[in-house]
Design a binder for this molecule. Sequence first.
Ligand SMILES: [Ca+2]
Length: 404
Amino acid sequence: MTPFNKIVLFAATAVLSAASGLVPAQAQEAEFRDCLQSIKSEAMRQGIAGSVADRAFHNLTPDQKVVDLDARQPEFTQTYGKYVGNAVTPDRIARGQQKLAQYRSLLGALEREYGVPAQYLVAFWGMETNYGSYLGDFQVVRSVATLACVTKRAAFFSNETVQALRILATNGMTSQQMRGSWAGAMGNMQFMPSTFVKYGVDRDGNGRIDLWNSMPDAFASAANFLRGIGFRPGLPASDEVLLPQAFPLETADTTVEKPVRDWTAMGVKRANGQPLPVSDDLSSIILPAGWRGPAFILYPNFKAVMNWNRSTLYALSIGILAQQIAGGPAVMRQPPDDDQPLSHDTVVDMQTRLARLGLYTDETDGLLGPKTRSAVRMFQKKIGLPADGHPTPEVVQRLVQAVR
Ligand SMILES: [Ca+2]
């Protein structure tokens, strides 16, 4: 064989494998089977019959749609106005009030047993699935196995896959029947498999936990979960407040906690002008749309809500929705019209400029976290603007002018 022929042969081989994708696909498939095998071993080590994994993993392939959804990065930050506006709609409040009336006796019993007010259970139902309107139609085992074996969060999703197998083993359902969101959240309250296993309750007593079709099971499981992650009878999750004129804006931050009575002493009132509850519970004040928008006090139950979902705007929406489902007032103060989402690139640019001013020393990660907000506050102070840490278009523009 001449060198020339060799080259042709290599080229032909390369074209063939690129066209069919055969070699990489086989390697990927082998890797996926190995990964499933190790999940099966772990499940068996935890006492789940091997036959359960065999049935669930039979002919299972990774779900490319799940991989793609997992790789999506949010391009913009979310504003308070837009997020809460989408989450707490007149329709969702009205339907929540209907559901509250419809399930009154069940919810009342759960409130007495678990200490979670009815309007919160209904609010979570509204936020998670719009009262059961969309439960998700992905195969949960396939989703969590894909996330365990193909993405970088292997440990978390391997465990979720083991727990999904446990549900199949103990709850009399097939892998085909177990449907959920692309990331494996199931039923009316969108429970992950591990949450289902730890907190699921068979409230209607038919021998199975059914978070898809049984509202007694779904509500009782949500109440049990909320109690488990720290929800306690007492103050709500949050309240809208009025701040006095000379309120020190740098104390409006989740990192600052004071007993409720200390905020009262500083002149903070409820939005309707009434005094705050008399309490020594630790609480924070936040201004999610900056000083021109509404202010909220966050009570201890706000942290419990954030243990359900790590997003501050999600937790605020739960509190606002629950209050209105129970017949309470809407948020009185509107966010400013010019509050805008910031692109990832804009936040990176802000962080870079703040770093050049010596105000920011953390990663330029494009995320608007507490350290970035704190740097924004220092910049606002420096140029004589109210130091609320909220990057308005004006603040962003002044920063660009300050650091060229
Ligand atoms: Ca049941």
